[in-house]
Write a protein that binds this ligand. Sequence first.
Ligand code: PGA
Length: 258
Amino acid sequence: MNRKYRKTVIAGNWKMNKTPSETKEFMTQLKTIMPRGRWCDVALCVPAVCIPAAVRAMRETRVGIGAENCNPNPSGAYTGEIATNMLVDAGCKYVIIGHSERRAMGETDADVNAKVLAALEAGLVPIMCCGETLEQREAGITDEWIAMQIKLGLKGVPEEKIRKVIIAYEPIWAIGTGRTATPEQAEEVCENIRTVVRKLYSSKNARAISILYGGSMNEKNAFELLAQPDIDGGLIGGASLVPEKFVKIIEAANQPTV
Ligand code: PGA
């Protein structure tokens, strides 16, 4: 983290978990134990049907609600899809784009790019994900792969909008596996991401952009990961489903010493 130059963001990704009723229950519990946020922004990205319950429950709080996907088209014949303006109207502030689980379902870098542009246009904060497979890491092509995902994902994002984008580095081999990247491994890639952004935009904007780590981040390892200079927060799956665990991660981000 580097609070002098950029925001720290703790974002939950619920994936396909919890019903609207369970969402209400979770939010009620979270509100009672939520620390008074001193530094970090908190987001919870939830299944589309849970958005209304989450927004309603967190209206008077500093927790922003987000979606887990969006369609880049403004409206039309896209059965089952949800447009960015619908998310905004439903009260969303954030949207996760290009999660590896969606890429595995066929989402391409061009799709990710179109969604990032549509989200920005609608006034949503895109949380754009990138990450390498274990095979790519072992072949020594992590940096090139990530640089390509960043360059293609941000294509056409103008200088004045780049600060709105949050980038999440999520090594695929660390997602839901309990196998976290070491703080050094995660820092190395996050630092590389900032270098790529610096080459595309001004150094001032590269310094201001928040880069999150995701992949088995939990209440035990969060502090060490967040202590790295280029890791500005976390995108948290499993541990964001339990209020107590999620709050511990927020507390780790609120530590005054790092
Ligand atoms: P995990 O998921 O924390 O359960 O590994 C992270 C993510 O996929 O965003």
